[in-house]
Design a protein around this ligand. Structure first.
Ligand SMILES: NC(=O)c1ccc[n+]([C@@H]2O[C@H](COP(=O)([O-])OP(=O)(O)OC[C@H]3O[C@@H](n4cnc5c(N)ncnc54)[C@H](O)[C@@H]3O)[C@@H](O)[C@H]2O)c1
Length: 342
């Protein structure tokens, strides 16, 4: 069986995907420029899993480097996760985001053109839906991204659709992730934001650890049972399993097939429910303060995860308790993230 080329493999989700693949004996070829990650993450994955991981420090916009890697390695499929992901930053620097995310993907596709790799899994995002008209969100819901980041994801999905239409040797799955949280149950790898976290769970963890005084909860007057926003949090290990299921689904897909699949639990959990669960399962307090609503936050957003079950035989298995426990195990064992001595 050929190797899996994993772009962005040193990142939060990529490291967990590689841990699962390598744990099953699959060889991974990781390409990362470490713009938002550390080689230490890959070293930790290697310590967890028996499968081999080849690591290349390269930018996906470097065509020559990608061609050299593909010429050397026997890859059968790609999981394309490399990208910039901060929504707010994408509003500030739309050109930088387009260049890295869209041009980067086009460069990767150009390099793949000269190889025999025709199976492609893409890390898309639920952010492509924008403000939902109704929930749960299934894959036929209208796409109206609200940021350059979301537009990048939709544009890339369009590029991939065009590619498969022009050359039916391609088989593509776009995975639209909801809200990945948690960490590997060993506490060895996890989310290591280099700056102020953009997402709720790292904030909760850093507040519990005393690195931040209080967790800000944005809005307590939404039309939900406890007044806080509702999201679809998915354990990063379930998400990683979803990539393995996607690779399997590509094996039996028709040539030229392009599938778009939500990866979520199908269950909405409020911000308050998540924070209270975190306190309960970990026996630690998370001081909090209620602030004003943030512009653009929708009250309720969660997935319809039926298609993933029907087409890939995948459903999320882990609970919100697992997510909170595993996130805290990672944080408490690695207070400085990957900078912590292992
Ligand atoms: N984490 C989320 O909440 C979430 C939700 C939906 C979709 N996604 C998507 O999933 C993917 C992985 O997300 P993540 O949370 O692991 O982010 P991450 O920042 O931890 O990982 C992305 C990795 O890509 C690398 N990278 C970025 N630009 C690159 C380039 N030009 N060349 C080579 N490597 C590059 C970074 O160094 C990093 O290791 C991203 O495409 C992201 O947009 C993430």
């Amino acid at each position: 069986m050929g190797s899996v080329l994993v772009t962005g493999g040193a990142g939060y989700i990529g490291s967990h995907v590689m841990a699962v693949l390598a744990g099953q004996g699959r060889r991974c070829v990781c390409v990362d420029n470490f713009s938002n990650s550390s080689p230490e993450a890959v070293a930790r994955v290697r310590s967890l899993a028996p499968g081999a991981i080849a690591l290349y420090e390269a930018d996906i916009r470097d065509l020559a480097a990608l061609r050299a890697i593909l010429a050397k390695e026997d890859c059968a499929s790609v999981i394309h996760m490399a990208g910039l992901k901060a929504v707010g930053e994408s509003v500030e620097f739309p050109e930088r985001y387009h260049d890295n995310n869209v041009r980067g993907t086009q460069c990767l596709l150009e390099a793949l053109h000269d190889s025999s790799v025709r199976r492609f899994v893409f890390s898309s995002s639920a952010t492509v839906y924008g403000i939902p008209e109704r929930v749960p969100l299934d894959e036929t819901a209208p796409t109206r991204p609200q940021s350059p980041y979301g537009e990048n994801k939709l544009e890339i999905e369009g590029v991939l659709a065009g590619l498969a239409a022009g050359d039916p040797a391609w088989r593509v799955i776009n995975l639209r992730y909801f809200n990945p949280v948690g960490a590997h149950p060993s506490g060895t790898i996890g989310e290591d934001p280099s700056d102020i976290p953009n997402n709720l769970m790292p904030f909760v963890c850093q507040t519990a650890a005393g690195r931040r005084e209080r967790l800000a909860i944005f809005g307590a007057d939404y039309p939900t049972a406890d007044g806080t926003c509702i999201r679809d949090y998915i354990h990063v290990m379930d998400l990683a399993d979803g990539h393995v299921a996607a690779l399997r689904a590509l094996d039996s897909a028709a040539d030229g097939e392009v599938m778009t699949v939500n990866l979520g639990t199908g269950r909405g959990v409020s911000v308050l429910e998540l924070v209270n669960t975190f306190e309960r399962v970990n026996g630690i307090r998370v001081p909090r303060v209620y602030s004003d609503r943030r512009p653009g936050d929708v009250p309720v957003c969660y997935a319809d995860a039926t298609r993933a079950r029907r087409t890939m035989g995948w459903s999320a298995r882990r609970t919100i308790e697992d997510m909170c426990r595993d996130a805290w195990r990672w944080q408490s064992r690695n207070p400085e993230g990957y900078a912590t001595a292992s």
